[in-house]
Design a binder for this molecule. Structure first.
Ligand code: PAF
Length: 283
C-alpha cells in the first residue's frame, strides 16, 4: 500500500492510473479505523479496481468546544489494517496540505443540514461538504463509499454530488454493529467499560421504536419520540441530545410515520457523543 501525503503527487498517480483504465473507489475517513470502516473498504474493493482511503481529521467540521483535539488518532494501527485489507493507496495529508489558506468557499445544504445533528453542530455539515468536495476533486474517484451510521452526512453528500454534477457515484453501506447492537464508531474508543455497556441502550431504544411501528402499529412520530426519549432517560449515564422521527429522504419532521422513515438518536455517554439511526419502511 502506498502512503501519499501530497496533493500534487496523488494527482500524478491518479493520472497514471487513468491511462491504464483502472478505476478507483475512495473511502473518506478520519482514521481510528474499526470494523465499520473495513466494511466500507471491502465494498470499495468490490466496486472498483483499486480501493483508496483518505485519512484526514478535518478541523473544518469541528465546532468550538468539540472533540477535535481528543478525536482518536492511530495512523500506524490504521496503516496496518488497510494494508491487510488490500487497500492500494492511503492519502493522509496534513492540515496545511488541505487548507493552505483559510477557505473562502462555503458549501451549505441548509434544508438537509438544519435538523438532526446539524441543529446541535452549527457549521459541521458545511465543513463536511467542503472537505468531501475537496477530496472528490483531488482523487476523482469513480465511486466514493460512506457509512449509513452517519445518515445525515450520507444524505448531504449524495445531494451535494447530484446538485454539483460531480462525476463520483456515492455508495452508502449499512451500519456495522457490536454484538450488543452498539454502532461501530471511532469515538467508542473513548468509552470506559461501564459507559461502553450503557451505550448499547441507544441501539436498543431504536429497535424498540421499530418494534412499536412494525408490531405495535404505532404511527405517531411524537409518541415514538416520547417512547425513545423515556427509554434513554431511564439509562443512568446516558444524556440524550435528540431523538427524531423524520422522512428518510427529505430529513424533514413527520407527524405520522409512513414510507421510508428515519429514527435517529444522538446522546452523550460521559463526554463522548454518539449517534445512531434505523430506517424503517412503513407501508
Ligand atoms: O465520516 C467521516 O469520517 C468524516 O465526516 C468524513 C466523511 C471523512 C469527512 O471528513
Amino acid at each position: 500500500m502506498h502512503l501519499e501525503r501530497s496533493i500534487p503527487a496523488l494527482r500524478d498517480r491518479r493520472r497514471a492510473l487513468l491511462r491504464t483504465g483502472r478505476t478507483v473507489a475512495l473511502v473518506p475517513t478520519m482514521g481510528a479505523l474499526h470494523a465499520g470502516h473495513l466494511a466500507l473498504v471491502r465494498r470499495a474493493r468490490e466496486l472498483a479496481d483499486e480501493a483508496w482511503v483518505s485519512l484526514f481529521v478535518n478541523p473544518a467540521q469541528f465546532g468550538p468546544g468539540e472533540d477535535l483535539d481528543s478525536y482518536p488518532r492511530d495512523l500506524e494501527g490504521d496503516r496496518g489494517l488497510l494494508q491487510s485489507e488490500g487497500v492500494a493507496l492511503l492519502f493522509a495529508p496534513s492540515s496545511n496540505e488541505v487548507y493552505p489558506q483559510p477557505p473562502a468557499v462555503r458549501i451549505s445544504l441548509p434544508d438537509l443540514a438544519a435538523g438532526l445533528c446539524g441543529a446541535y453542530r452549527p457549521g459541521h455539515f458545511d465543513g463536511v461538504a467542503l472537505v468531501v468536495t475537496k477530496l472528490l476533486n483531488i482523487v476523482q474517484p469513480e465511486v466514493a463509499v460512506f457509512g449509513a451510521k452517519d445518515f445525515q452526512q450520507a444524505a448531504i453528500v449524495t445531494r451535494l454530488v447530484a446538485d454539483l454534477d460531480m462525476p463520483a457515484r456515492i455508495e452508502v453501506v449499512p451500519t456495522v454493529r457490536e454484538v450488543d447492537g452498539l454502532a461501530m464508531s471511532s469515538r467508542n474508543r473513548n468509552l470506559d467499560p461501564d459507559q461502553r455497556r450503557r451505550a448499547a441502550s441507544i441501539s436498543r431504544t431504536l429497535k424498540a421504536a421499530r418494534t412499536a411501528i412494525v408490531e405495535g402499529g404505532e404511527r405517531s412520530a411524537r409518541r415514538l419520540e416520547s417512547l425513545m426519549g423515556e427509554s434513554l432517560a431511564a439509562e443512568a449515564g446516558v444524556r440524550l441530545q435528540y431523538v427524531a422521527v423524520v422522512d428518510a429522504d427529505s430529513l424533514q419532521p413527520l407527524d405520522a410515520v409512513g414510507g421510508r422513515t428515519l429514527l435517529a438518536i444522538a446522546a452523550h455517554v460521559g463526554s463522548t457523543r454518539l449517534i445512531d439511526n434505523l430506517v424503517v419502511e412503513v407501508p
